[in-house]
Design a protein around this ligand. Structure first.
Ligand code: IMP
Ligand code: MG
Length: 180
């Protein structure tokens, strides 16, 4: 049922696993001897967070926040709202924000700005996917899984209308599914 809505598999389970391991090695090298605080932006990054945190051989804590950016089915708008804030104080911490995908940049430019005002020791952004063609707001991306073309993708945490998050791979959704 889920599979028949997928036009093409972009990244297999195996490819995702390898890439997550490589990002973990990069982070370990950059934060050697320090403790990091991983912040997962819900809901799309929960699978990535679960895999990356287990790949990471560094002391770390985890927290979660949720934002909604109002827009139509497949694009976000500039209006972002925090719907669930962090449980922990980030003052003086080395924060890495984990996102599923960096698209227009609206959500993350807003979110990173809020976090920087809370005086962490540092903030970096780690996104599994980057869709640079769609960028409206510039956002600095420190760790990137894969750069992808302008297509709507689902799976490995990413949804369309809250579905397909449980696919173990990342695939392009058939445009007829969302009326594209
Ligand atoms: P931005 O504010 O446009 O950068 O939107 C980022 C958010 O839009 C992501 O966290 C996703 O939740 C969602 N999004 C953007 N592109 C896709 C996609 O191709 N598939 C699924 N969700 C997407
Ligand atoms: Mg989403």
């Amino acid at each position: 049922m889920l599979e028949q809505d997928i036009q093409e598999i972009l990244f297999s389970e195996e490819q995702l696993k390898e890439r997550v391991q490589a990002i973990a090695r990069q982070i370990e090298a950059d934060y050697e001897g320090r403790e990091v605080m991983l912040i997962s932006v819900l809901r799309g990054s929960f699978v990535f967070m679960a895999d990356l945190c287990r790949a990471l051989k560094l002391p770390c804590t985890m927290d979660f926040m949720s934002v909604s950016s109002y827009g139509s089915g497949t694009s976000s708008s500039g209006q972002v709202q925090i719907t669930k804030d962090l449980s922990e104080d980030i003052t003086g911490r080395h924060v890495i924000v984990l996102e599923d995908i960096l698209d227009s940049g609206n959500t993350l430019s807003y979110l990173l700005n809020i976090l920087e005002h809370r005086h962490p020791a540092s903030v970096r952004l780690c996104a599994l996917l980057d869709k640079p063609d769609r960028r409206v707001k510039p956002v600095e991306l420190h760790y990137c899984g894969f750069t992808i073309p302008d297509a709507f993708v689902v799976g490995y945490g990413l949804d369309y209308d809250q579905h397909y998050r449980n696919l173990p791979y990342i695939g392009i959704l058939k445009p007829e599914v969302y009326g594209g």
